[in-house]
Ligand binder design. Structure first.
Ligand code: PEP
Ligand code: MG
Length: 601
């Protein structure tokens, strides 16, 4: 009998037990039809009508999402509305009708195929996530052009609730699911940040994505246990397995309630060391969730969403208003705005840059900003203006040379003077911090502490560059480990250098969002951590249960470890004395929920 326990990615917590309903949806076949010249105008009209209809449907989906899931989730459908108005998509399809005399459905599907090819070939997880949105748009427009009935995920309405098993789900299909009819979701594909995952989470439907083999192993009617905490799908479980899953579910739910009720409490360790746990924000929409989860400020506001996938750069006014809104939202706590980390795989559409052989070692982040002073100046002016109203700090990414910090400071000072001269309300200056995320910055942390107002460790890139392991290469995932002894030593040294210079040293990479690593970081001397919003409550909860001096002893042991695995094992062992590690399983928290708003380059 094939293995009955499948492992995937937990995207929406909870345990569902019930019969499977295997759903197979696909893009309808499109006939290869051309039309005589006299019918070209009619095909253009058909395309326009179908697009208008699809837009209207997406609007309705948006309204439905707002009611059923919330305003953030409703914005998922904005992405689809944008696609349905995209000049490249529509203009390209129209051209195929006009120039090649293709029927409207053929022209549209070819254009979508072209987009799909472009997106799936990209080394960019956000774009790959957006493929399901594109499929939604494609299904709607083609359905209309081909006169097909509208799809419902539960076409054959089952008598009793089911667990949906599918290759992948589009946002619309997910939104149609009703908790009374759908107990859980298990998908062969999908990712943690796909819109289907986000919607399942908001609708409260336990879901597991990327459960490879589920379609092959499961037939409609098979009993399943979908464990949206652990990210597993158990096929044809025994009674004991069902009982164990239900007990797990109950414990996790109790724990979740405990986390929620403690989110607003300050985080001091049992031996009285004050910790500050801030939020990482990828998008302004995450602001509310961060506040609700008890964020003590923002340790990293990524600003790439403002430019990536957009056809124009944001204005100074737009940015100033946004930074002010975020800065004012955290009751006087610091909010750190990171200047554009563009380059690598993230470029604004307006930028025409020649491809680089090694983009992550190329024109990226502060290098781009200093070479494109207009872009940088605008962002800095906006931060200065917003800083007149809120405790904002500015932070520059991918620093390797002290000159980069000095040049940034010069621009900050110059722009502050210019704003003052022009009588525009702005702060006289802002603290300038350095992201320590290259070995160069880590080794020279003492120098950087002299020229910067604060340091913040970007452990994602620091790990990537120290270990020479591409952070976005799934094949390297097993080798990407911030607990590698080389990284741990750098983390220790950065903290010591910052402390010796009297500078705040925080850490804002993903490792701070993992409770076991967060414990180790406390032991290494870090007192400010910036974490993904979904991890805020658990990290804060943990801080109130650990002793900083015990953590320090643990960190000395971890620093002695020969391997990353040994360092993790000894940290887990030390932590077991304080908390039930099974509760700290990182699954089912959704780090960095989606980087919506980025459509296509
Ligand atoms: C990091 O590198 O750790 C970091 C926080 O920045 P980003 O993930 O945006 O590169
Ligand atoms: Mg980084």
């Amino acid at each position: 009998m094939p293995h009955r326990l499948l492992r995937g990615v937990a995207v929406s917590p909870g345990v569902a037990v019930g019969p499977a309903l295997v759903v197979r949806w696909e893009v309808p076949p499109v006939p290869e039809r051309t039309v005589p010249p006299a019918e070209v105008a009619r095909e253009l009209e058909r395309l326009r009508e179908a697009l208008a209809w699809a837009r209207e449907r997406s609007e309705r989906m948006r309204e439905r999402a707002e009611v059923r899931a919330g305003p953030d989730e409703a914005r998922i459908f904005d992405a689809q509305l944008m696609m349905l108005q995209d000049v490249d998509l529509i203009g390209g399809a129209e051209r195929l009708i006009r120039e090649n005399r293709f029927a409207a459905e053929r022209a549209f599907s070819l254009k979508v195929l072209q987009w799909r090819g472009l997106w799936s070939g990209q080394d960019n997880a956000t774009l790959r996530d957006r493929l399901a949105d594109l499929a939604d748009v494609e299904l709607r427009v083609l359905g209309r052009l081909l006169g097909l009935p509208e799809r419902d995920v539960l076409d054959a309405r089952p008598e009793s609730p089911v667990i949906i098993v599918a290759r992948d789900l589009t946002p619309s299909l997910t939104l149609q699911m009703d908790r009374s009819a759908v107990l859980g979701i298990a998908c062969e594909g999908g990712t943690r940040t796909s819109h289907a995952a986000i919607l399942a989470h908001s609708l409260g439907i336990p879901a597991v994505m990327a459960a490879e083999g589920v379609l092959e192993l499961v037939a409609s009617g098979d009993r399943l246990v979908v464990d949206g905490w652990a990210g597993t799908v158990q096929v044809r479980p025994t009674g004991a397995e069902v009982a164990a899953a239900e007990t797990r579910d109950q414990r996790r739910r109790e724990f979740d309630r405990e986390l929620e009720s403690g989110a607003g409490e300050p985080s001091a360790t049992t031996d009285g060391v004050a910790m500050r746990i801030r939020a990482n924000l990828d998008l302004p929409e995450e602001l509310e969730a961060a506040r609700r989860s008890g964020a003590e400020g923002v340790g990293l506001m990524r600003t790439e969403f403002l430019v990536v996938g957009r056809s124009r750069m944001p204005t100074e006014d737009e940015q100033a208003a946004l930074y002010r809104r975020i800065g004012e939202a955290f009751g006087g706590h610091d909010v750190v705005i990171r200047t554009y980390d563009i380059g690598g795989d993230k470029f604004p559409a307006a930028f025409r840059t020649p491809p680089e052989a090694n983009p992550f070692l190329g024109w990226r982040a502060i290098r781009v900003c200093l070479d494109e002073p207009e872009i940088f100046r605008t962002q800095i002016r906006a931060i200065l203006r917003a800083a007149a109203h809120a405790p904002l700090k500015l932070m520059i990414p991918l620093v390797t040379r002290v000159e980069e910090v000095e040049a940034t400071r010069e621009i900050v000072e110059k722009e502050a003077r210019a704003l003052h001269r022009a009588g525009i309300e702005a702060a006289a200056s802002v603290p300038v911090g350095v992201m320590v995320e290259t070995p160069a910055a880590a080794v020279l942390a003492d120098r950087f502490a002299e020229v910067a107002d604060f340091l913040s460790v970007g452990s994602n890139d620091l790990t990537q560059y120290t270990l020479a392991v591409d952070r976005s290469n799934p094949r390297m995932a097993g080798r990407f480990d911030p607990h590698h002894p080389a990284v741990l030593r750098l983390l220790r040294d950065i903290q010591a250098a910052g402390a010796a210079a009297g500078r705040e040293v925080s850490l804002c990479g993903e490792m701070a969002s993992d409770p076991v690593s967060a414990y180790l970081l406390v032991g290494l001397g870090y007192r400010v951590l910036s974490v993904a919003s979904p991890s805020l409550p658990v990290v804060k909860w943990l801080m109130r249960r650990i002793s900083a001096s015990e953590a320090a002893t643990c960190a000395s042991d971890a620093l002695e470890a020969r391997t990353a695995a040994d360092a993790v094992a000894c940290t887990r062992a030390a932590l077991t004395a304080r908390v039930d590690l099974r509760l700290l399983d990182p699954s089912a928290r959704l780090p960095g929920r989606g980087r919506r708003g980025t459509l296509h380059p």
